[in-house]
Design a protein around this ligand. Sequence first.
Ligand SMILES: Nc1nc2c(ncn2[C@@H]2O[C@H](COP(=O)(O)OP(=O)(O)OP(=O)(O)O)[C@@H](O)[C@H]2O)c(=O)[nH]1
Ligand SMILES: [Ca+2]
Length: 486
Amino acid sequence: MERRYMPVVIFLAAITVGIIIMVVISVVQNKPLYQKYKYGIVLDAGSSHTSVFIYEWPAEKENNTGMVQQKHTCNVKGKGISSYSANPQGAGASLQECMNEAKQKIPAHRHPETPVYLGATAGMRLLRMENEEASKKVLDSVALSLKSYPFSYQGARIISGQEEGAFGWITVNYLSENLRKPTGTLGALDLGGASTQITFVPQQKIESSDNSIDFRLYGNNYHLYTHSFLCYGKDQALKLSMGKKLESTLKTDPIELRDPCFHPGYKVPRTVPDVFNTPCTKELKLANENFLHVGLGNWSQCQQSIRKVFNTSICSYSKCSFNGVFQPSVYGDFGAFSAFFFVMDFLNLTSDSLATTKEKLAAYCSTPWEKIVGNHPKIDQKYLSEYCFSATYILTLLEDGYKFTSNNWKDIRFIKKIGDSDAGWTLGYMLNLTNMIPAEAPDMPLMPYGGYVTFMFFFALLILVLLLLVYLYFRRSTRTAQKDII
Ligand SMILES: Nc1nc2c(ncn2[C@@H]2O[C@H](COP(=O)(O)OP(=O)(O)OP(=O)(O)O)[C@@H](O)[C@H]2O)c(=O)[nH]1
Ligand SMILES: [Ca+2]
């Protein structure tokens, strides 16, 4: 090579090395550090049982939407914490197995910074109404138990019905990644054992302040309608409904309750206090101690009997759901989770039209109890016997209560999970308390990581090609000049 080209070659080599170093550094510098995770624990102390949820998220992306995921769940053995009113220590002790599991699942070096929250819902709201002292003792007991773990204890409290509804809404919209998009949001329908919640962004004005809740999330304002009906979870609704039937029938037939919501051939002895042992049915008092609960398996009569637990005759607003509670017209798509899902999924009723759902359910309810047991020998008979009631209650609540119709029935999606995370209030509760959903949209990189690397690569290649072209041009023009001289 001629000596006079040496500076050009050195120059090109230096530029090439410079570009390579630039690309390598920017790739390494911006590489997402996925191996660093943070964790959070939320205990859902429901009326029927307690579940422990462990969430995880990449440490450096905590404010981005959709980053927090459910890593693990553990169902606490036995009933909900409100059932420990006579033995409060038992409530704290019941959490041990699942909390030890949490210790195993979360890396030890993260334990001290991992927040633990316990939120109790309708079972504890009812216990507080009945016996405030006992509800305090139960909360103290679970608090003492949670403080004994190496995590960062953040409190154990009874959450309000509004919080339960609103955080369920945040969870489903966070997981569906609706919050940063201009698309609509998903309403949330939660059916527990002791209460039920409806939450959505309405098109009409919210006429009662109790039912209105505002959030600013990722730079958007959300004006939500929410209501929680205490005593209208499926277990309490069964008591309400049986209480009404008992009240009218036991006067004439003190030993038999003929119930259209249970299968023909179903016959179980019960006691009156079994039905009336809750503040939801307190006003109904009866002397008879024992009665025989006899199934009739008649869906339309069952629906008639369930309608009696919804008072639709009073409303001081422009429109109401039931019991005088304001509710705007349901609007948009809804995610229906917890018992809405368990029940409808068990009966295979999650994707039919409203008319077909009713037909199938009517056939199911009239199926003899013996046949039902024969078809499902492994399922606990208490649960099995209640599906006809529960599904009829769900249809009646959605249609007569919330005013869904055959036209918008398809807008209800019965869901358990979104991705790997359960739909429920716990994730929204943790996101809110850890400030993981910022009010304003965080600054986003100009382009996604993959796009950025590709751009840097092709841009560097382009510079190289251009330099090569300049070099070739330079070489040709100096040769032509030399020829001209010769
Ligand atoms: N069939 C069936 N029922 C379930 C299952 N899990 C819970 N249930 C029942 O469904 C009802 C509602 O359950 P959850 O949503 O866990 O209710 P909860 O959170 O304990 O009650 P709330 O405090 O009112 O929210 C209760 O009657 C439970 O016994 C399940 O996997 N299958
Ligand atoms: Ca619940």
